[in-house]
Design a protein around this ligand. Structure first.
Ligand SMILES: Cc1cc2nc3c(=O)[nH]c(=O)nc-3n(C[C@H](O)[C@H](O)[C@H](O)COP(=O)(O)OP(=O)(O)OC[C@H]3O[C@@H](n4cnc5c(N)ncnc54)[C@H](O)[C@@H]3O)c2cc1C
Ligand code: SF4
Ligand code: SF4
Ligand code: SF4
Length: 768
């Protein structure tokens, strides 16, 4: 039947948790602090109810209505003082409580955890007043609300549209006494981010008395101001939103929940009876009066909502009918969701690694410590995961990192909607597109360390036309340049072009730290480039295997009890070998090479298969990471050295064959691998050495060497030569103009052409 693990745009509404008949769902906090459902497979009966009721998975069947009427309104000054807009919430809430009903809305507890709470006490309304710009836990009230509704009590529920949708999806019944109000919603950061902000920039929460996200000290529609009070002091403290790291991150869409960036509720088909927000478009309606103390917009979406407003109309200080179009034009979330800031991935990656203020500043200034160039875009699982792993290990070592968005021109069309693009959007912290020299110059202004690697960034065949990029020729002289696990692919450097080789040697000499992925790379660097290089592991081994397991868990595919084949260069011989393996293991074989699977599916296939066969270097790496029995068919044209360098370090050379024929009746090839006592320890030792090398490279100071200066001088020299020849050309063309020119000359009604050759002028009468 399936369940809510299929919901990739989960809002955290919690409806699934409340409908599960066997309590198999709990809400777990992600690293960014947002809550997501987790299913206890032991308890789950696969009834499919959570999936059927999830308001995102069943969005089309949610009851929605188009907002029909629009009002501008404001409550008394007293109410508005502590309300974020015109105080509509309070007017509606008071009415419901006076009618012996209940109000459910968001309020902080004493630890500044935001949760929805239910009250029927007018005196308690104060704690609900005011917008709190973070996600509230609303689902904790759903069951109690249902009970009240079943008892025929009136209930006013106020929340974000996804919370209203969550409540309605849970209730399923359209209760006559439920009044639902949703707020126009920009999106939400997590409570974790807010607590980090309080702790780092405001106060320990134990000493915090109050926090107001929208203090109307000056007025409602001027600069946004926050305020707070401490328990041990009487005065109120004010902070301009633009000076608050938390608000900058919120308003610039760095810190929003992922679902907010593609929120399906940001339009005029509303799930509530009434929608409320700030009336930002008020200036466009001449009828409206704004006293700067707060003006709300009210959108009426249902008969019930319309009737409720006419009941309370007299309780407003000011109410005026307006135009729905004006409200929509003035408020973006009524038209579309806010796109995530381009550095949102970077923001969440670094949430626990640095202070909020530093993180936000880096993201907004678009700065990072490191920028990495490699083949992440090349429609290849290994390349994407290598880039990700390098980004993560650099982050783990305490440096911020971006992957340079530099793609070869001919892949740009293939890239759209590819596995690489989908992966990059989710997992890579990309720079802006780097195409022109100016883009690279801009990158230099925002980055201190440039890194090339890993993968075959040293293979001439692949970088022939772009070695200035892959060998970091674009990095300024004062920038640190690191090659991390660069691979030559084969055991030599196959460049025969002398000019290129000279240039490549110069680029190599200006690299500050060089490490290579294959052992043979060490001697290539020494002999050909006179450079000391360290042999280190491919970056995919340098991060916790957990990260890949989490990615694999996102796949819906099932590879249990299967042999998985990832062979890029298939042929008849391989197909015969598949039959042999099928028979040998008595298992089906799944060929994933041309499947178009996502990176998550690819990882899942290796992680969960019973046996793995591949001709891919990274296929082999992940078989090792997931401790799988495997065999490699060495792909010579793609680079044999890549396999044997690592396999011989692990004494596993016998797991690779040069040709398919060697597969048959080869007991050694299929013998068990002792991961537990041997291989994992060897990899772990090599990993420690590799991470230490990278750490040293990242943290050692940059020294500008004689080679750097010579190269810079050569570059400048070349630029001077080019400039000189351009100037010469200009002079020549001036001279040509002098000896030969054609001009038009007009006198009265007659036009002549004057041809001038070596100072002799000849006049022709022009034809009309
Ligand atoms: C996260 C967030 C984003 C918003 N984005 C916009 C926007 O882009 N444009 C716009 O016009 N208006 C936005 N609003 C709404 C606006 O800020 C006011 O909340 C709204 O106009 C109601 O104001 P009021 O004066 O009537 O009542 P207030 O007294 O300000 O009432 C606030 C009401 O909102 C509820 N509430 C407060 N915080 C939360 C929360 N985190 N989650 C769920 N419910 C909450 C309270 O429980 C209360 O019912 C947003 C509000 C929030 C909470
Ligand atoms: S499928 Fe059914 S039992 Fe399993 S988690 Fe969903 S609601 Fe619960
Ligand atoms: S959107 Fe709500 S119902 Fe759907 S999976 Fe997320 S928490 Fe569960
Ligand atoms: S933007 Fe959409 S998904 Fe995000 S909190 Fe608001 S309603 Fe929910």
């Amino acid at each position: 039947m399936g369940n809510v693990t299929e919901c990739t745009n989960c809002t955290g509404c919690g409806a699934c948790l409340c409908v599960c008949p066997v309590d198999a769902i709990s809400m777990k906090e992600s690293e960014s602090g947002f809550l997501y459902p987790e299913i206890d497979e032991q308890k789950c009966t696969d009834c499919g109810l959570c999936k059927a009721r999830c308001p995102i998975l069943s969005y089309d069947s949610l009851i929605k209505s188009e907002c029909r009427l629009c009002y501008a309104a404001s409550a008394s000054d007293e109410i508005r003082k502590n309300s974020s807009s015109g105080g509509v919430f309070s007017v509606l809430a008071e009415q419901i409580i006076k009618q012996h009903g209940y109000v459910c809305a968001a309020a902080f507890d004493e630890n500044f955890i935001l949760e929805h709470k239910i009250t029927n006490d007018l005196n308690e309304l104060g704690k609900f007043r005011g917008s709190k710009y973070l996600q509230s836990k609303a689902y904790v009230t759903y069951i109690q609300i249902e009970k009240l509704l079943k008892d025929k009590k009136k209930v006013l529920f106020v929340g974000t549209p996804c919370q209203v949708a969550g409540l309605k999806a849970f209730l399923k019944t359209d209760y006559e006494t439920l009044f639902s109000v949703d707020i126009i919603c920009h999106g939400v950061p997590s409570n974790k981010i807010f607590l980090k902000y309080l702790q780092e920039e405001i106060s320990d929460v134990s000493n915090l008395k109050s926090f107001n996200f929208r203090d109307k000290k000056d007025c409602w529609n001027s600069e946004l101001i926050l305020s707070y009070e401490l328990k041990n002091k009487d005065e109120k403290n004010y902070i301009k939103a633009k000076k608050s790291s938390y608000m900058c991150a919120f308003l610039q869409n760095l810190s929003l929940r992922k679902s907010c960036n593609s929120c399906p509720f940001t339009n005029t088909h509303r799930v509530s009876d009434i929608t409320i927000g700030d009336f930002w478009g008020y200036k466009k309606d001449k009828r409206l009066k704004n006293d700067s103390k707060g003006l709300s917009v009210i959108l009426l979406n249902s008969e019930k909502g319309t009737a409720f407003l006419s009941e309370v109309q007299a309780n407003f200080n000011y109410i005026q009918k307006s135009n729905t179009k004006i409200a929509i034009n003035g408020n973006i979330p009524l038209r579309m969701p806010f796109a995530a800031h381009k550095n949102s991935v970077q923001f969440f990656n670094n949430l626990d690694k640095m202070s909020l203020i530093e993180n936000v500043k880096n993201c907004i200034d678009d700065r990072s410590d490191c920028a990495v160039i490699n083949f992440w875009w090349s429609l290849n699982y290994g390349a994407a995961l290598t880039a990700y792993a390098l980004q993560e290990v650099i982050n783990d070592l305490g440096k911020t990192c971006k992957i340079i968005d530099y793609k070869l021109p001919w892949v740009i069309n293939l890239y759209k909607n590819s596995i690489s693009e989908n992966f990059a959007q989710k997992y890579l912290n990309l720079t802006g597109p780097c195409i022109t020299d100016e883009d690279f110059a801009e990158l230099n202004r925002k980055t201190e360390i440039f890194i090339t690697g890993s993968d075959q960034v040293f293979r001439y065949k692949y970088i022939k036309y772009f070695f200035d990029k892959y060998l970091l020729g674009f990095a300024n002289i004062d920038k640190k340049k690191i090659a991390a696990a660069g691979s030559f692919g084969i055991d030599c450097f196959e460049c025969e072009n002398e000019q290129d080789l000279d240039k490549i040697k110069q680029y190599f000499s200006s690299l500050d730290y060089v490490s290579v992925r294959e052992k043979s790379g060490v001697s290539i660097c020494r002999q050909l480039f006179n450079k000391n290089a360290e042999w280190i592991l491919d970056p995919v081994f340098l991060i916790d295997r957990n990260k890949y397991e989490q990615m694999a868990a996102a796949s819906k595919m099932n590879f249990n009890e299967k042999i998985v084949s990832y062979v890029l260069d298939e042929n008849i011989e391989i197909n015969k070998a598949y039959k042999y393996l099928q028979k040998k293991y008595d298992k089906d074989i799944v060929n994933i090479a041309k499947s178009g699977f996502s990176v998550e599916d690819w990882l899942c296939s290796i992680k969960n298969c019973d046996f793995f066969i591949t001709d891919s270097y990274h296929g082999m790496c992940f078989a090792l990471i997931f401790n799988k029995p495997f065999v490699c068919i060495v792909n010579k044209s793609r680079g044999k050295e890549r396999f044997f360098s690592l396999l011989s370090y692990l004494n596993l050379e016998n797991k690779a064959v040069d040709s398919v024929d060697e597969l048959y009746d080869n007991d050694e090839l299929f013998a068990d691998i002792d991961y537990e006592h041997k291989i994992n320890n060897q990899i772990s030792e090599f990993k420690d050495m590799s991470v230490n090398w990278l750490k040293k490279a990242l943290y050692s100071p940059k020294e500008v060497t004689k080679d750097d200066l010579i190269m810079k001088m050569n570059e400048l020299n070349n630029e001077i030569i080019t400039l000189k020849s351009e100037i010469d050309l200009m002079h020549k063309s001036n001279f040509l103009n002098k000896i030969f020119s054609v001009k038009k000359h007009r006198s009265g009604n007659t036009t002549h052409k004057v041809v001038c050759f070596l100072g002799i002028k000849i006049k022709f009468k022009s034809k009309r």
